[in-house]
Design a protein around this ligand. Structure first.
Ligand SMILES: Nc1ncnc2c1ncn2[C@@H]1O[C@H](COP(=O)(O)OP(=O)(O)O)[C@@H](O)[C@H]1O
Ligand SMILES: [Mg+2]
Length: 510
């Protein structure tokens, strides 16, 4: 791939002039923090996204893929991070979906089973062709996806964070299968955050950071430390001036909190910390280390099993989202379409959706239209929301502007605790900057407390006063003063290369 650039519809530049290659019989690692642009680059290779510029050259010839069907025809296969399967169908039926063999006019199940078994035998991808998808583990379902690509004769196979959902044993199995693929002449692009895996499995490592290629190096010339540095090393950013925090009363108290994930495993494992008014506590970590479960628990969108979470002195266990908001919690999340906004409603309605029935916007039994309009216009002005009108449906706005609507609502909700979970992911640089400055402003001027969860190290280091690093549901490190942390050090804790003494962390953070 040569000089590939991709700008999404909202103006976000996900790939900047990327030149990238994979060789025959090579296992190439594509690594980078969340949001670095890895999936985007692979979607371009797979014909799912069109780049604004750049070329794809396959075995010396320039190719152009308008859609995945064309990419598949050229020998490219991709196993997505969150793949979709028809759960009620069998393995064989899923494998041949779209290329169903027929006998006369009918679907030829026997042939589908044979096609599946042949590939499964050849590459030692053991899975029962007649089993139904819904009866399989995630690891087995992933094998089905790989078989699906191989049945279509993929020679280049992209695996997007395949080990994120696997147990250690399943990971070992997958690695053996990937090596068999290499021996058979395939090229594999392996996306992962886990540096030990990358070092063990891959022949070469290519690092992306903020949409750019940072480097590509044979694994034999690298070690985990070097890769981590390439991944998280800081870019030159304009730094935000920030008054020192003047810490006030305790607003949030988490004691020995345990949260389970969907599979019943401990996603948050006995975590304790406090947040005071006037300060921003950051949580850094590779996504999937428990940060999300914690944010959901604090905001009432998820549960916690044990321990206690107190907001302004009140235990939140058993309270619902609205009751927790009433205690003083506001929530900005990255997942703005699913959790934060109602697409059909207008900008104005989204701005007041949590307070429509409150006295401030009522005149007797009626909504005070003038007050609502004035409030909406003031928000649009202050937060620089680019929309035609306050009555425009929010779904017409770009991602960054949608996020500004949510930020405006949450910052004006009267809460004294803001939970900001990946608040700037996928938004343009200007909006990022605005959100960060507002967070700092609100803590300094209004004395609110903030919890900032972010996979963006620049953001965490720039905005937080104190910092926790999450690794596998535990606090791997605690820093009283973020200014003293180097990004390299942080990377080592984030990736599990180092961990601080748990006793010390407990005393200091909680
Ligand atoms: N369809 C889209 N529209 C707008 N922004 C997007 C879209 N898809 C991804 N992005 C943004 O592009 C950036 C890179 O995303 P992605 O390629 O998924 O990164 P990675 O796979 O390295 O985590 C992220 O900030 C993401 O939010
Ligand atoms: Mg990705």
């Amino acid at each position: 791939m040569q000089n590939i650039s991709k700008i999404y519809g909202n103006g976000f530049v996900a790939n900047k002039d990327i030149t990238f290659s994979v060789n025959e019989k090579e296992i190439l690692a594509l690594v980078g923090e969340n949001g670095a642009g890895k999936t985007t680059l692979m979607k371009i290779l797979f014909g799912m996204e069109q780049p604004q510029s750049g070329q794809i050259i396959l075995e010396g010839k320039e190719v152009r893929f308008q859609n995945p069907i064309e990419a598949i025809a050229a020998g490219i296969g991709m196993v997505h991070q969150h793949f979709m399967q028809a759960l009620s169908l069998t393995v064989a039926e899923n494998v041949v979906l779209g290329i169903e063999p027929t006998k006369g006019l009918c679907f030829d199940m026997e042939k589908a089973v044979r096609m599946t078994q042949e590939v499964s035998d050849r590459y030692d991808l053991r899975v029962e062709a007649r089993a139904r998808i819904c009866d399989l583990s995630i690891g087995q379902r992933q094998k089905v996806e790989i078989i699906k690509a191989l049945v279509r004769e993929a020679r280049i196979l992209v695996l997007d964070e395949p080990t994120a959902v696997l147990t250690p044993q399943e990971t070992e199995e997958l690695f053996e299968q990937i090596k068999i693929l290499r021996e058979n002449g395939h090229s594999i692009i392996f996306i992962s955050h886990k540096l030990d895996e990358v070092m063990r499995l891959c022949d070469r490592v290519t690092v992306l950071r903020r949409g750019r290629i940072i480097g590509s190096e044979k694994t034999e010339n690298l070690n985990e430390r070097k890769i981590s540095r390439m991944m998280v090393g800081r870019d030159v950013v304009t730094s935000i001036d920030k008054e020192p925090a003047r810490s006030r009363e305790t607003i949030l108290e988490c004691r020995d909190v345990v949260c389970l994930n969907e599979n019943g495993r401990k996603a948050v494992n006995q975590i304790s910390f406090n947040i005071h008014g006037g300060e921003i506590l950051g949580i850094a970590g590779v996504e999937g280390n428990g940060q999300n479960e914690l944010a959901l628990a604090i905001t009432g969108m998820g549960n916690y099993e044990c321990g206690s979470i107190r907001v302004n002195g009140q235990e939140i266990k058993g309270r619902d989202i609205d009751q927790i908001r009433a205690l003083g919690v506001a929530h900005i999340s990255e997942d703005r379409m699913r959790m934060g906004s109602a697409g059909e409603l207008s900008v104005k309605e989204n701005l007041i959706s949590d307070r429509m029935f409150k006295k401030e916007f009522r005149r007797g039994p009626f909504i005070d239209r003038k007050k609502v309009n004035d409030f909406a216009d003031a928000c649009i002005r202050e937060y620089e929301i680019a929309c035609d009108h306050r009555d425009e449906p929010i779904r017409m706005l770009s991602g960054g502007n949608m996020q500004k609507v949510i930020v405006a609502r949450e910052f004006t909700s009267g809460a004294n605790l803001i939970v900001a979970n990946q608040p700037t992911r996928g938004v343009d640089i200007g909006t990022c900057d605005m959100i960060r400055r507002k967070l700092i402003d609100k803590t300094r001027k209004d004395g609110i407390g903030a919890l900032l969860i972010s996979a963006d190290l620049n953001e965490v280091l720039e905005v937080s006063d104190r910092l926790l690093v999450f690794y596998k549901g535990k606090i791997a490190a605690y820093f009283e003063n973020v200014k003293e942390v180097t990004e390299e050090e942080l990377g080592e804790y984030m990736l599990g290369l180092k961990t601080m003494n748990q006793e010390q962390i407990r005393e200091a953070a909680g």
